[in-house]
Design a protein around this ligand. Sequence first.
Ligand code: 3PY
Ligand code: MG
Length: 255
Amino acid sequence: PGTAFRARMRAGELALGSNLRLSRSAEAGPILAACGFHWVMIDFEHSPASPHLAHDIALSAIRAGLLPMARPSGHDPREIAGLLTNGALGLVVPHVDTAAQAEAVARAARFAPRGALSVPGTLAHFGYGTGLAEACTIFNEEVVVTVMIESQTALANVEAIAAVPGVDGLFIGGSDLLWDLGLPGRYDAPELRDAVERTCAAAARNNLFAGMGGPREEGPWRGFLRAGMRMILTENDLSLMMRGARDRRAFFEGA
Ligand code: 3PY
Ligand code: MG
């Protein structure tokens, strides 16, 4: 699914994803794949994820053709190694503020010679018939590394971050960025629109893709899509469930 995801990005198509707040089940990926989604975020920054479930969720997502991205809680290469060698095939790394941080996480996500990821005994991503050396080589080609731009410091450094080898995408964390700008929840703020445009431009200049999460309403999303956002964190499973539940309630109350 890493290759398919990259092809979508090169073609300028949307890649739709959700993060997992509630679904601690290997069913999550196949369910989202059946709904036409392209990636799922296993979230160790803000959700009660567990390494065992992350492994099951990631491998079943791959079998369903969905790219399993992990969001580590920070930049620790040991945490990143655990996530990637146990099934995740991409990263959404929170709070990457400098080019040096971007370089460190990009190296933590690939095997030598492109990085410093430690070689495990088995890499299950591509099926158990794939030999280890071949699996590590395919992994280096497929893994998708995105870094989150979610502070004013990151925004000031966005050109340098975009130029780091091994970074595939820039991903705006709209909620954190708005708080840092002193505009909590203001997804319609011109300052956020500027940040989105600068990030998309930096991505385009460096042959990267741009992605984003945070907004719920369709109005702001339309502008962000026009600006070039392609990897979309639509919502999370909890908010999707609430939206569905409210729709059902409205239908039955009005029926
Ligand atoms: C944010 O909005 O800050 C995120 O981390 C992702 O939605
Ligand atoms: Mg954030």
